[in-house]
Design a protein around this ligand. Structure first.
Ligand code: XIL
Length: 380
């Protein structure tokens, strides 16, 4: 790093740390360092955006988002249930707004997702014969991927195709199209979107068994002569179980296949999960009880600093392997907008992000920024 930019970085961090986070200021004001600027040249910093945010109907969020992030993934807006509600009916209105928002703010768009067993339109589950399903599959991928070719930077072509043991999940696609459907999805996407990067995305693929399945899947796509540019590790983690060694091993093993690694849906839950289930199976739904929602009046300091420490360790690892990583995306703008307030238990108060419910940076944010500053100082 050049001496001048190091001084600017340190000054902006120093200034930000002096500003009390308790004092009200405009979110996104110049006093808070910007993640996208701090990690410029390392990896792009993304965020999941919902419809209100994309339509810029929340003025605080509208200022805050483009200041902090230079990439985004529509949280739901490009899933099949929304985009393709019925045979021969596509609803492009929301997706077109997504593209316009990305262009306006010069943010990289990750299309999410072409083929996934969840959030499918109901007509797909009613399809009985293989040929009709194959028609849906091919038309869905070709229509959407070609319409947005080069406008979305990347597609999560296939999402969550694997079981925890690394075998292929039973889904309508696998049942009707056979084991090769993942390769076929990439083949169709490659034809329709020659100017868009193509990724496989899943949760828990940093864990050894599932990772082995993902590695085999990528090799199978490559062996068929089909393009795959990257792998997305979702990164829905829990504060009591952050698998740092597995994450590092995954970065090394995936990138040894010649694909970029992305962390695509990062968040760290701090709330009890009675089943101790890792991952992000969206069909999980546990009954609410007050014991599962202990921090409605704020996060205790001890947990706040553990969360900060977890993010610090993660970003230390990310920076160590920045040459292999393309993007880090947070699954929510701040604690208020995180899906973890409603999954796997509805109606809780979770604190998984770097920014609190008022868009103020949390201790975790400053730790993340300081990791970068520490790296810059060490390199002098
Ligand atoms: C989640 C969204 O955040 C929720 O709003 C929605 O109700 C369910 O889906 N893995 C994925 C994401 O790939 O699409 C999921 O997003 C979270 C798990």
């Amino acid at each position: 790093m050049k001496k001048y930019s190091l001084i600017v970085l340190l000054l902006s961090i120093g200034l930000a740390c002096c500003v009390s986070t308790g004092g009200r200021k405009m979110p996104g004001s110049g006093k808070t360092p910007s993640l996208k600027d701090v990690f410029k040249g390392d990896f792009v910093i993304g965020v999941a955006l919902n419809r209100t945010q994309i339509e810029e109907r929340d003025s605080a969020a509208a200022v805050f988002i483009p200041r902090q992030f230079n990439a985004f993934t529509p949280e739901n807006g490009m899933k099949a249930a929304l985009l393709h509600p019925q045979w021969d009916t596509y609803n492009f209105a929301e997706a077109d707004k997504i593209i316009a928002y990305g262009r306006k703010h010069r943010m990289q768009i990750n299309g999410h997702t072409l083929i996934w067993h969840s959030q499918l339109p109901s007509f797909v589950l009613r399809i009985k014969d293989k040929d009709s399903l194959r028609r849906f599959f091919a038309e869905h991928i070709s229509t959407i991927a070609s319409r947005y070719d080069g406008q979305v930077y990347s597609w999560d072509v296939v999402n969550e195709a694997l079981n925890e043991d690394g075998t292929l999940r039973r889904s309508v696609f696998r049942e009707k199209l056979g084991e090769d459907y993942v390769v076929e999805a990439f083949r169709l996407a490659q034809l329709a979107a020659p100017n868009t990067r193509l990724y496989y995305n899943d949760y828990n693929i940093e864990r050894p068994w599932k990772r082995a399945g993902a590695l085999a899947l990528i090799k199978k796509i490559q062996a068929a002569g089909v393009r795959i540019d990257g792998v997305g590790i979702q990164g829905h983690w829990h504060i009591n179980n952050l698998p740092l060694e597995d994450i590092e091993q995954s970065i090394l093993e995936f990138s040894s296949l010649g694909v970029k690694v992305m962390f695509t849906e990062l968040d760290i839950s701090v709330l009890p999960d009675p089943a101790h289930a890792n991952g992000a199976d969206i069909s999980r739904n546990l009954a609410f009880n007050a014991a599962l929602n202990p921090y409605t009046n704020g996060l205790p300091d001890s947990l706040q600093s553990r969360l900060a420490g977890s993010y610090e360790e993660l970003f230390r690892l990310f920076l160590k392997h920045k040459d292999k990583i393309g993007r880090i995306t947070f699954w929510g703008v701040n604690d208020r907008y995180s899906w973890l307030n409603n999954w796997p238990v509805r109606g809780r108060t979770n604190y998984p992000m770097l920014f609190d419910r008022q868009f103020d940076p949390k201790p975790a944010f400053y730790k993340v920024i300081a990791v970068k500053a520490g790296n810059a100082v060490r390199k002098q």
